[in-house]
Design a protein around this ligand. Structure first.
Ligand code: NAD
Length: 336
């Protein structure tokens, strides 16, 4: 390490908690990374214009809503950046081809505590079903009436899991503990899912038979807007739809129509297609311009969280450790 050049790293979209975990990870690594890595923390999102701030940096650390399109990559290459280290699993926000053309490596954190996101998925399911968010307010106001709070028993119900990778399997593991019948769909079958008792079916069968549909696949060309008016039509009336993966999996106009027609009985979202304009920032004093997002928040049976599925102390710590190791050792490089 001593003979190696110190890497100057610009970390974008930084919140206070990011800085705290990265600084802890730098100093607690064995050997510590402090001699080999120096991080400057920027609150800005990485975009084609903010990429110009990277003059003098060899590496950038980026997050889910940074816009790493071809124009951003070009600006980073102009600044001589050699490595984009994503502190997340998904890489749908990066033009990987452009990065490779400019000789920039892209790394990611492929697996950090999948249970963390799975547990948040279950939190959305249970909250929507048993309406604990409404019960909390009612009881604090001295209203002990139960009318309007009736849920359904999960035991023996059929749940459809779309995408049976690390997070999907973790969801299956928890739901099998509830005694649910689990149907799943994934172009690549996973023996872990089958060992947990889940049954692979085609997407049509999953939509037709599931009372809950939960999405756990990446956003790519084949999965973009996989939930649209056509797929909703194939689902049960009153279905519970959960998306903790990526907002672009869902056509928000179609789900608003689905909520209005009562095809969707419950909607739980941790992600939203245009979340980069909103999430991770306090907009409580702003007039939010995204009318579809605002419409979604008006339905009594919709629960939206601001991309917090990953947000536990354990997961953040693991993300920081793996991101730093990726930077120093050039591991977890994304290839196409
Ligand atoms: P993974 O790579 O382990 O699994 C993804 C699975 O999806 C794979 O088995 C793949 O074959 C499957 N798949 C790909 N295209 C599909 C399609 N069209 N239909 C059905 N299945 C398809 O990924 P993971 O770690 O389980 O993560 C899943 C997704 O969760 C990520 O892509 C990411 O978008 C999201 N995520 C969200 C958060 C959050 O905070 N909300 C955190 C981490 C990851």
């Amino acid at each position: 390490m001593e003979n190696k050049e110190r890497l100057n790293v610009a970390c974008f979209s930084t919140q206070d908690y990011d800085k705290a975990v990265f600084e802890k990870a730098i100093n607690s690594a064995e050997p510590p990374y402090a001699d080999s890595v120096a991080i400057t923390y920027l609150s800005h999102r990485l975009t084609a214009s903010t990429a110009r701030l990277c003059e003098g940096y060899n590496v950038v650390i980026a997050f889910v809503n940074d816009d790493i399109s071809a124009a951003t990559v070009k600006a980073l290459a102009h600044c001589n950046v050699k490595h984009i280290a994503l502190r997340c699993a998904g890489f749908n926000n990066v033009d990987i081809n452009a990065a490779h053309e400019h000789g920039i490596q892209v790394s990611r954190v492929p697996a950090y505590s999948p249970e963390t996101v799975a547990e948040h998925t279950i939190a959305l399911i249970l909250t929507l079903n048993r309406q604990t968010h409404k019960a909390y307010n009612r009881v604090r106001e001295g209203n002990f009436a139960l009318s309007g709070l009736m849920g359904f028993t999960l035991h023996n119900k059929t749940v459809g899991v779309v995408g049976t990778g690390k997070i999907g399997c973790s969801v299956i593991r928890i739901l099998s503990g509830f005694g649910c019948r689990i149907l799943c769909y994934d172009p690549n079958k996973n023996h872990d899912a089958m060992d947990l008792g889940a049954q692979y079916v085609d997407l049509e069968t999953l939509f037709a038979e599931s009372i809950i549909v939960s999405l756990h696949c990446p956003l790519n060309e084949s999965s973009h807007h996989m939930i649209n008016s056509e797929s909703l039509h194939k689902m049960q009336d009153g279905v519970m739809l959960i998306n903790t993966s990526r907002g672009g999996l869902v056509d928000d106009k179609a789900i608003i129509d689905g909520l209005k027609s009562k095809k969707i009985g419950y909607l739980g979202l941790d992600v939203y297609e245009r979340e980069s304009e909103l999430f991770f920032t306090d907009h409580s004093q702003d007039i939010i311009q995204d009318d579809n997002f605002q419409r979604l928040t008006t339905f009594p049976n919709v629960l939206i969280t601001g991309h917090q599925g990953f947000f536990t102390a354990e997961a953040l710590s693991e993300i920081a450790q793996v991101t730093l190791a990726n930077i120093v050792n050039k591991t977890n490089i994304v290839t196409l």
